[in-house]
Design a protein around this ligand. Structure first.
Ligand code: COA
Ligand code: MG
Length: 293
């Protein structure tokens, strides 16, 4: 897929360690919206250089049928500039920046990309950015991060790093990350960005995965990070409005139009009140159902 439209589905964003050529070679056989070649925490420290080479070669030589992303190491790690210098010339669709703490980090990465684009003679601005919010500072600075740069397309919530940063203990219900998780969805919506939810680490537990994905959709996320091919279908399904939701949304929008022309703003449908926010939610379902995948 080329990066033609700013609206992408990104229902599932699959990480693949940049150092693992075997897993990367599997990507063309997988029906996933986005693939992210990871140079950060999925790669051991002594394989960082090799991962850059493998990931860059794969981006240049392989036929992907999904969005092609690469995750660099955090700004300030000492690895980030070399990551960008190796990866940007391979022209990924976007760069994922982990552990974003403030807006200046996003702007720094954007400026580095602009320099590298110029060196290649490319039009500036085609490579997008996705910022990961996974620390207390990231949450506190959400407003400046979300409005930091025109390349920014989406925010990702990283629950494990966030919990580690604030000293929270992860639980099954996730109350300890709910404030931060909702904040990411809220700021993404406020600044017209996509919101991509946390990971479900237990890749053998598909029922648990479905539950967590549904919860993310309920909180306003339009997609979720994943780590294993078995997670693709359940997650993409959870973030796609099903046929009955589409039918119901169409009914609401049509009934709304009919009542509007009769001069009624609020009305009853199936024994429940429908007014503007319900109609907007229905329109969102229809918009989501028609997004390019
Ligand atoms: N991308 C592509 N292919 C993957 C994959 C991934 N993320 N995870 C697993 N596969 C492949 C495996 O190579 C295997 O294929 P094979 O049978 O041809 O060898 C198949 O899917 C089944 O994998 P399985 O044996 O169940 O898992 P595993 O033990 O090989 O790997 C993980 C488990 C967690 C190590 C692996 O899923 C992984 O590396 N995930 C991404 C980790 C990552 O990037 N973390 C950082 C971001 S959070
Ligand atoms: Mg992380």
């Amino acid at each position: 897929m080329s990066n033609g439209s700013p609206i992408r589905a990104r229902r599932a964003l699959l990480y693949v360690p940049g150092s693992d050529a075997r897993k990367i070679e599997k990507l063309p056989t997988l029906s996933v919206d986005s693939a992210c070649l990871d140079l950060e925490d999925g790669v051991a420290l002594n394989r960082k250089v090799e991962a850059r080479e493998i990931a860059s070669r794969a981006l240049q030589s392989m036929q992907f049928n999904c969005e092609r992303l690469a995750r660099i190491n955090a700004v300030g790690s000492g690895l980030e500039a070399d990551d960008l210098a190796a990866i940007v010339p391979a022209k990924p669709d976007g760069i994922v920046i982990p552990k974003v703490a403030d807006g200046a980090q996003v702007q720094w990465v954007s400026a580095q990309i602009a320099n590298l684009e110029r060196a290649q003679g490319w039009k500036s601005g085609e490579i997008g950015l996705i910022a990961m919010i996974e620390s207390a500072r990231g949450i506190v600075n959400l407003r400046e991060i979300a409005s930091a740069d025109a390349r920014l397309r989406a925010l990702i919530f990283g629950a494990e790093d966030y919990a580690a940063d604030v000293g929270a203990i992860r639980t099954r219900d996730g109350d300890e990350v709910l404030f931060a998780r909702s904040a990411v969805a809220t700021y993404a919506a406020a600044f017209g960005l996509q919101a991509i939810d946390l990971l479900y680490l237990d890749f053998g537990d598909i029922e648990g995965l479905r539950r967590e994905a549904r919860r993310g959709a309920e909180l306003g996320f339009s997609g979720m990070q994943i780590i294993h091919p078995d997670q693709i279908a359940p997650v993409q399904e959870a973030f796609t409005p099903d046929a009955s939701a589409i039918v119901q949304a169409k009914r609401i929008v049509e009934a709304f139009k009919a009542h509007q022309s009769e001069g009624k703003g609020a009305f009853a449908l199936d024994g429940k009140m429908v007014d503007m926010p319900i109609v907007k939610a229905a329109e969102r379902v229809l918009a989501r159902a028609s997004i390019k995948v």
